[in-house]
Design a protein around this ligand. Structure first.
Ligand code: SAH
Length: 302
C-alpha cells in the first residue's frame, strides 16, 4: 500500500531556495537538497498519503514558469513516486548524517551518537526551522563564527538575527560566547529554537525572541550573525551598525557567490570593512568589521 510520496526535481543554486519554500507550501513533510557526485543537483521532497500526488508536477511546472519569467534558470520536470512508510523514514534520516564543520564543530541529528573526536557536538533535529547544518550558508556562518572567535578572543555576548533552528547561537555559546540573543520572526522557528537551545544545554545563555530584525530593539553586541538573504542584507544595511559595537564583527550569510561583492560594497557604505569570507556550495559568508570612528559612532545611534 502506498503511504508516502517522494518527489524529485532538478534544482540549481539560483532556484533551490524558492523551490524549497514552494514545496513546503505544497505540504511537504521534508525537503532535502542533494548534490550527487557527477550528477545534477536536485531536491527530494516527501509528501503524506493525503497529498494529491498526481497534481504536484503540474503545480511545480507552473511555479517554475513563474520563476523563469523572473529571469531564473528553467526548472526541469518533477517526478513523483510512491514510497513505503518505512522507506520514507529511512530516506529522510539517511540524508542527515553528522557533519563536521570548521575545526571544532560537529552537527548531528538526535538519533545519531557520533564519535566527537574532540569536536563540540551540536544536536539539531532537522525539521521545519531552517538550519540543520547541511546548507552551505549555515556551514559558512559556523566556520566564520569559529574563526572570528579564535582570532579575537573572548566575546561576552552576540546576536543571532534570523535564528531558525538556533544552530548558530548554540555554536557561538558552545565556542565560549557568554550569552546570545536569537531572533526570528517566525513563531514556529522560535519554538523550535527554544527547544533546541534547551536540548543542547545552553538555554540559560541563549535567549530566543520573536521579532523582526530591523524592528525589534536589540542592544549592540561585539558579534552579530545574520544568515538571511542578500535582499534582506541590503534592506537592513542601515540597521546593522546599531547591532554591532564599533570594533565588533558582523557575519552575513545567505549570499550567492555572485552577490558577495555587492553586499560588501553596500555594507562598506555603513562603516563595515571586509574581515574574511568563505564560499561553500555557491553560498558566500562574509565577516565584516565595524570600523570604529566618528562615522561608526554616528551610525550606532541610528
Ligand atoms: N540561522 C539559521 C537559519 C537561517 S534561515 C542558519 O544559519 O541556518 C533564516 C531565518 O531567518 C528563518 O528562520 C526566517 O524565519 C528568519 N527571518 C528572515 N527574515 C527575518 C527578519 N527580517 N527578522 C527576523 N527573522 C527573519
Amino acid at each position: 500500500m502506498v503511504t508516502y510520496w517522494e518527489l524529485t526535481l532538478p534544482a540549481t543554486a539560483e532556484t533551490s531556495e524558492a523551490l524549497t519554500n514552494f514545496l513546503w507550501e505544497l505540504g511537504a513533510l521534508g525537503v532535502v537538497e542533494e548534490e550527487p557526485a557527477g550528477a545534477e543537483a536536485r531536491l527530494r521532497a516527501f509528501f503524506p498519503p493525503t497529498a494529491e500526488a498526481g497534481a504536484l508536477p503540474a503545480r511545480l511546472a507552473a511555479y517554475g514558469a513563474g520563476l523563469a519569467a523572473l529571469g531564473f534558470p528553467a526548472v526541469g520536470p518533477a517526478a513523483v513516486t510512491p514510497l513505503a512508510d518505512r522507506d520514507w523514514a529511512v530516506a529522510w534520516r539517511e540524508h542527515f548524517r553528522p557533519v563536521a564543520v570548521g575545526r571544532r564543530l560537529l552537527v548531528a541529528p538526535p538519533w545519531e551518537r557520533p564519535r566527537a573526536d574532540g569536536r563540540l557536538v551540536i544536536t539539531i533535529e532537522p525539521g521545519r526551522a531552517f538550519g540543520s547544518g547541511h546548507h552551505g550558508s549555515t556551514a559558512g556562518c559556523l566556520t566564520l563564527i569559529e574563526t572570528v572567535l579564535d582570532r579575537g578572543g573572548p566575546v561576552a555576548c552576540a546576536l543571532d538575527l534570523g535564528t531558525g533552528s538556533v544552530i548558530l547561537a548554540i555554536a557561538a555559546a558552545r565556542l565560549g560566547v557568554g550569552s546570545v540573543v536569537a531572533v526570528d520572526d517566525d513563531p514556529d522557528a522560535v519554538a523550535v529554537a527554544a527547544a533546541n537551545a534547551a536540548g543542547n544545554g545552553v538555554a540559560d545563555r541563549v535567549r530566543c525572541l520573536l521579532g523582526r530584525v530591523g524592528e525589534i530593539p536589540l542592544a549592540p553586541a561585539p558579534l552579530a550573525i545574520a544568515n538571511l538573504l542578500t535582499t534582506a542584507h541590503v534592506a537592513l544595511a542601515g540597521r546593522y551598525p546599531a547591532h554591532v559595537l564599533p570594533g565588533g564583527t558582523l557575519v552575513l550569510g545567505g549570499i550567492l557567490d555572485v552577490e558577495a561583492e555587492r553586499v560588501a560594497d553596500v555594507l562598506g557604505g555603513h562603516g563595515f570593512v571586509g574581515a574574511g569570507a568563505v564560499s561553500l556550495e555557491g553560498w558566500t559568508t562574509l565577516a565584516l568589521r565595524h570600523a570604529a570612528g566618528p562615522d561608526a559612532t554616528f551610525h550606532a545611534g541610528a
